[in-house]
Design a protein around this ligand. Structure first.
Ligand code: HEC
Length: 403
């Protein structure tokens, strides 16, 4: 029953997280696009009233004209739309999911005893410390003198984040480490909205209401933070889908895979943001960032290509007979992968993968090889598969799964 309730909570939590995330990233992508596409207003009256840029668009059967004011309009409109609940809802639903799955079931998704033999409370404490610590260090750097040099700041952030990715992969299961890394970036993004961007906007509105010149320092800080948020987006979205891809988090050098894929995401985003204001460069955008991003992804794909021999499969000589393989699957997998799982916390075969009859095992040898080679299965190795058993199964599959 509890597993059933957990399933529903995770389903609804994920759905909300996805919808809120789309609303947040969607509006933030839209505003970056809008800001970079603005042209000086054609109408001199608009220019005189403080409009710095305008953009015309046609969408959904109508024409739209967006105007951006240099600082603020002469009088504040009666109704002003704000964008923050999208970000806060994404964060809260994400925190809920992280707590429900990765902390609540840390022994399955966060801890891997072959990486670090952490107790559950220790794993959760370290995970939470990364979330809070990531923000504290990042925010401190942005506020320090380094924050005035956006390139140097970017370089220092890249080094620190790479170190964090490496450290997390030395502490947690690959899947857990990736999710923690994404959650840390997501926390920084939402804290940027909560602690810097929204307060700067409130200060702008207040100054206008009190008829003062606004202090532009807040606006400049907000601009830097929202630039960072844009570049963090693709890495965070990669982490969100990464649990489906043990080829990435299950790789031996999974920390490096994480860093390179995230860097590729940043480079691709750099390219698209640059494209937005190509009109400032006679329509030209350097394809270099995109090319580097694609090259980095191709490099990872090449480096992770399965090698047909010598990948720890234990050689052909030790390949077990099918009877022995069935016994291993029965012992190490079927507790979860059967119509009525016996392991606590499972009400149905995960992902619909049944491994409880010879035919069903034979039908999935390719998938099984993938899961075993990347060490994604058994989850958290709760059934305690041995290295010999893993090697024996891999060798058997490599031999063509004889039966
Ligand atoms: C503790 C429960 C548990 C045990 C034991 C377990 N699995 Fe899984 N398995 C899961 C869960 C949970 C998923 C779904 C993973 C996800 O996508 O979140 C899964 C998914 C899979 C998938 C599908 C992956 C995909 O791409 O959809 C395969 C194949 C698989 N397991 C094979 C195995 C094999 C082989 C073993 C034994 C060596 C095993 N599992 C042991 C829980 C378990």
């Amino acid at each position: 029953m509890t597993a059933y309730v957990l399933d529903w909570l995770s389903l609804l939590g994920r759905w909300l997280h996805l919808v809120a995330g789309i609303a947040w990233i969607g509006s933030s992508f839209y505003f970056i696009w809008l800001d970079n596409h603005l042209l000086p207003p054609a109408d001199p009256v608009l220019a005189k009233s403080g409009v710095a840029g305008e953009l015309w668009a046609v969408h959904g059967g109508g024409f739209y004209q967006a105007l951006k004011y240099r600082v603020a309009p002469a009088t504040l409109p009666r109704s002003l739309h704000w964008f923050y609940w999208e970000a806060y809802t994404t964060f809260l639903s994400g925190l809920f999911l992280l707590g429900l799955l990765y902390y609540g079931q840390a022994e399955l998704y966060l801890i891997d005893r072959s990486v670090a033999a952490l107790s559950k409370p220790a794993a959760i404490a370290i995970g939470a410390a990364f979330l809070a610590g990531g923000w504290i260090v990042y925010d401190g750097l942005c506020r320090s003198p380094l924050g005035r040099n956006s390139r140097a700041l970017g370089a220092v952030l890249a080094v620190l984040l790479s170190t964090a990715a490496w450290g997390l992969c030395r502490l947690f299961s690959g899947r857990g480490a990736y999710m923690e890394f994404g959650a840390m970036l997501g926390t920084i993004m939402v804290a940027n909205v909560f602690f810097v961007i929204i307060p700067a906007q409130r200060a702008l509105v207040r100054a206008k209401q009190e008829d003062r010149e606004p202090d532009l320092r807040g606006a400049i800080a907000a601009k830097l933070r929202s630039t960072h948020n844009t570049y963090f987006t693709l890495p965070v979205l990669f982490v969100m889908i990464s649990p489906h891809y043990p080829i990435t988090y299950g790789a031996r050098e999974n920390w490096l895979v994480l860093i390179v894929i995230c860097a590729a995401g940043v480079l691709l985003r750099v390219y698209f943001v640059a494209r937005h204001n190509a009109h400032e460069r006679q329509g030209h955008t350097s394809p270099l960032p995109a090319a580097l991003g694609v090259l980095a992804l191709a490099g990872v794909a090449f480096a992770l290509m399965p090698r047909s021999s010598g990948n720890g499969a234990g050689g052909l000589a030790s390949a077990g007979s099918f009877v022995r393989i069935e016994a291993i699957v029965e012992r190490r997998c079927a507790g979860c992968h059967s119509a009525q799982p016996t392991l606590a916390g499972f009400t149905a075969a995960p992902n619909g993968v049944l491994l409880d009859t010879p035919e069903r095992i034979l039908a999935r040898t390719d998938q099984i090889r993938q899961q075993l080679a990347t060490r994604a299965m058994p989850v958290g190795n709760v059934t305690g598969i041995t290295e010999e058993e893993r090697a024996e199964m891999l060798a058997w599959i490599e031999r063509g799964a004889p039966h």
